[in-house]
Design a protein around this ligand. Structure first.
Ligand SMILES: [Zn+2]
Length: 218
């Protein structure tokens, strides 16, 4: 079983991500340095089906817990800072336009995570995906993560890897950005760690992400 993931970023989408967003410009920008833990807020949006959330809170907490294990060595932590549940969110996301439309729900200064019942591949329609880091073509520059409830625990960590500076997949077994995993904790190599640091610094500088806190790493 691999990390099913969406299509790679286009060059244009990647450039849009680097520009940052006016959404985050309300507070002075933060910065981080070595030996610090940056706590990032995740705005969680859960789709509903027949009045019930498509995934329970335990699912979200398992995903966050694994992401925190994976990213702790790199000085990043993730916390659910808000949770929204709405009939307006499609439980089954099949098309590009359905992915794009989620941009309307994006909350500022947070990593936005949409949890859905199913996520289809937009290039090979019958194929099912587990997660994707998606740049909205209709709500530029919004970009966010979409996670299917069928995801095993490390899928959010992998998608956060994309969000935080690593759009490409790796061929190295056990790497966070690889489809081949092992029983060990997934890792980032040195160049991926550098891109993570650069990406995070950019998000904090532009204010696109406003950390919940920056503290000495224990
Ligand atoms: Zn991926």
């Amino acid at each position: 079983m691999g990390f099913d993931c969406g299509p790679m970023l286009t060059r244009r989408a990647a450039a849009a991500a680097l520009v940052g967003t006016a959404l985050g410009a309300l507070l002075p920008p933060a910065s981080a340095s070595a030996g610090q833990l940056v706590r990032l807020g995740v705005a969680v949006h859960v789709a509903q089906e027949q009045g019930l959330p498509v995934a329970d809170q335990a699912f979200i907490e398992r995903q966050l817990k694994m992401a925190n294990r994976v990213f702790a060595p790199y000085g990043v932590a993730f916390e659910q800072s808000e949770r929204h549940q709405s009939e307006a969110l499609l439980p089954h996301v099949r098309t590009r336009s359905e992915r794009n439309a989620l941009g309307a729900f994006v909350r500022p200064q947070r990593i936005n995570l949409f949890v859905v019942a199913s996520l289809h591949d937009v290039d090979e329609p019958p194929r099912i995906r587990r997660g994707v880091h998606w740049h909205s073509a209709t709500h530029v520059p919004a970009h966010y993560l979409i996670l299917s409830r069928i995801s095993f625990d490390a899928v959010l960590a992998h998608e956060l890897g994309h969000f935080l500076g690593n759009p490409r997949h790796s061929n190295t077994r056990g790497n966070l950005m690889s489809y081949q995993h092992t029983d060990e904790l997934p890792f980032l190599d040195e160049s991926q760690q550098r891109r993570l640091r650069e990406s995070l610094a950019g998000y904090l500088r532009t204010g696109e992400l406003q950390p919940l806190g920056i503290e000495p790493q224990r």
